[in-house]
Design a binder for this molecule. Structure first.
Ligand code: NHW
Ligand code: EN5
Length: 388
C-alpha cells in the first residue's frame, strides 16, 4: 500500500500496539563517511538546485511555485499563500543550513517545479532532547504529480540532513501516512463572518440570519487584560524562561533557547505577532500569546481573492486565564483585519476553543517523527509543538 514509506524508518501500521518495540530511534546512525556523497538521481530533464532564499529572484520562484501548487483544502476552494517574508523567516532560524532548501528545476527552461525544506530544531520527546530537522514545504508542480517525484525529494533531504549528522525529523501533513504520533483537529474562529460566508469558508447556521451571525462574533474594540502589550526585544530573556517552563509539561515540544525565542517569537510585521502580559505591579512577564500570518488564495471567487488568516502559535498562561488571554488575541487579530483565527487542539487549547466560539474545521493535521518511535499515539493535548 505504501511502496515508499514501507522502506523508511518510521513506525509502520503493522507495528501499532506491539509492546515489544521500545521508544526512541528506529535505526542507529551510520558513519558520516558512509552517507551517500552525491545527490539522488532525478528523472531526465530535471536538476537539483540549492535555493538562496535571500535572493529576490529565487525567493520569487519559490513563492510562485507554492502560491500555485501548495496545499489546498479537500474541496479545492482555498490554497495556502505563504508570503515571501514568511518563507524567509520560516527557513532561516538560528543554525539553518542553506543545503536543506532544495528545489528542482527543468534543465532546459530553468523553471522551478518542486521544492522541499528542512530547518534544524531541538525537539524534546519525554525527557530526551533530540536534534532534528523540521521538514516542510514539500511541493510538486500540479503537472508533475503521481510520478513518484516526492519519494526522491524526501530521500534527498534525508541525505542532506544526515550529512549534518542529524538522524531524526518532525513533520506534519493533512494526509495519513505511516504513522501519526498524534492527530489534531483544526478549529476556526470567525472574525469577519460576512466575508467567510460569502466565500464559502463557513455557512450560515440553521435558524441564523446574517445580522445575528455578525452579532454573535462581535468582539470588544480593545483588549481587556491590564498590562497586555506587544513583545519587544528586551523581553526575550523573560519570555524564554516563561515558555521553557510552560512547554516542559508536554510530551513533545521544542527546546527553545533565547536565540530561538528571538527568531520565532519576536514580532515581525505580517509574519509573527506576539503579545505578553506585564504585571502592572511587579513588571514581571506573566503570560504570552502569539499567532502567525498565513493567508490563503480564494480560488475562483468573483469578489474576493485573499483570505487573511491568523494561526495560533505558542501561548503561555500562568496568571491570566488562557480564555481571557486568547480573547485578547482575537481582539488584536480583529483590529488588524484578519478574517479568521485558526487553532489546533494542541497544548491546552481545548480549554478555550468552544467558549471563544471557535467551530471545528473539516481539516485534520497529523504529526509525524522520522526515525523515532513513540509507543502509543499521543493526545493532541500532549503535544507542545506547532509547525508552520
Ligand atoms: S504537508 C504538505 C505537503 N504538500 C502538499 O500537500 C502540496 C500539494 N501536493 C503536492 O505537492 C507539509 C504533492 O501531492 C506531494 C506528493 C508533493 C505532496 N508527506 O510523487 P508522488 C510537508 O511539507 C507520499 C510525505 O507520486 P505526488 C511535510 C505518498 O504517500 N509523503 O506523489 C513533508 C506516496 O508514498 P507511498 C507524502 O502527489 C514531509 C508518495 O509520496 C506526502 O506527486 C515529507 C507518492 O509520491 C506528504 N505530504 O507528490 C516527509 N504526500 O509510500 C519527511 C504524499 O504511500 C520525512 N506522500 O507510496 C523526513 C525526512 C528527513 C529525515 C531526516 C533524518
Ligand atoms: C503543514 N505545515 O483543509 C501544513 N484547512 O479545517 C499542511 N477548512 O480551512 C497540512 N472544504 O472548516 C495542511 N471551515 C492540512 C490542512 C489543509 C487545509 C485545510 C481546513 C482546516 C479549513 C475550512 C474551510 C472549508 C472549505 C471547504 C472550514 C468551517 C469554519 C466554520 C467557522 C464557523 C464555525 C464553524 C466552522
Amino acid at each position: 500500500r505504501h511502496k515508499f514509506w514501507e522502506t523508511q524508518p518510521v513506525g509502520q501500521f503493522k507495528d501499532i500496539g506491539d509492546s515489544s518495540l521500545s521508544e526512541g530511534p528506529i535505526e542507529v546512525p551510520i558513519p558520516l563517511s558512509e552517507v551517500k556523497q552525491e545527490p539522488y538521481n532525478l528523472p531526465d530533464h530535471y536538476e537539483w538546485v540549492t535555493c538562496d532564499i535571500n535572493s529576490e529572484k529565487m525567493c520569487d520562484e519559490v513563492y510562485n511555485l507554492l502560491a500555485h501548487n501548495y496545499v489546498e483544502d479537500d474541496e479545492n476552494m482555498f490554497r495556502f499563500k505563504y508570503s515571501r517574508e514568511f518563507l524567509r523567516w520560516a527557513l532561516q532560524p538560528p543554525g539553518y543550513f542553506r543545503s536543506w532548501h532544495i528545489g528542482v528545476r527543468v534543465k532546459s527552461t530553468k523553471k522551478m517545479v518542486a521544492f522541499i525544506t528542512g530547518v534544524p530544531a531541538r525537539i524534546r520527546v519525554r525527557d530526551e532532547v533530540v536534534h532534528m530537522a523540521e521538514i516542510n514545504f514539500l511541493c510538486v508542480h500540479k503537472k508533475l504529480r503521481t510520478k513518484r517525484l516526492a519519494p526522491v525529494m524526501i530521500k534527498e533531504v534525508t541525505r542532506r540532513v544526515h550529512l549534518e549528522n542529524m538522524w531524526q525529523a518532525a513533520y506534519t501533513a493533512g494526509v495519513i501516512l505511516p504513522t501519526p504520533i498524534a492527530t489534531c483537529q483544526y478549529w476556526h474562529r470567525s472574525l469577519n463572518p460576512k466575508k467567510l460566508i460569502d466565500v464559502g469558508f463557513s455557512r450560515l447556521g440553521a435558524r441564523m440570519t446574517m445580522s445575528r451571525t455578525i452579532k454573535l462574533y462581535k468582539l470588544p474594540e480593545s483588549t481587556i487584560t491590564p498590562g497586555f502589550r506587544k513583545m519587544e526585544i528586551h523581553d526575550v530573556p523573560a519570555v524564554t524562561r516563561l515558555i521553557r517552563t510552560y512547554l516542559s509539561q508536554f510530551v513533545v515540544a521544542p527546546d527553545f533557547d533565547e536565540n530561538d525565542v528571538e527568531h520565532w517569537l519576536l514580532p515581525k510585521e505580517d509574519v509573527i505577532d506576539s503579545y505578553l502580559v506585564e504585571s502592572p505591579e511587579t513588571h514581571e512577564v506573566t503570560d504570552f500569546c502569539s499567532f502567525y500570518t498565513l493567508p490563503s488564495t480564494i480560488l475562483g471567487h468573483p469578489n474576493y481573492s485573499l483570505l487573511k488568516a491568523a494561526y495560533s502559535f505558542y501561548n503561555v498562561s500562568i496568571v491570566t486565564p488562557l480564555l481571557q488571554l486568547m480573547n485578547d488575541a482575537l481582539i488584536v487579530a480583529k483590529q488588524k483585519d484578519y478574517d479568521v483565527f485558526n487553532a489546533l487542539d494542541v497544548m491546552q487549547n481545548e480549554t478555550f476553543l468552544r467558549e471563544l466560539k471557535f467551530g471545528q474545521g473539516d481539516g485534520k493535521l497529523h504529526y509525524y517523527l522520522y526515525n523515532y518511535r513513540i509507543r502509543n499515539a499521543l493526545k493532541p493535548s500532549e503535544l507542545g509543538l506547532v509547525l508552520l
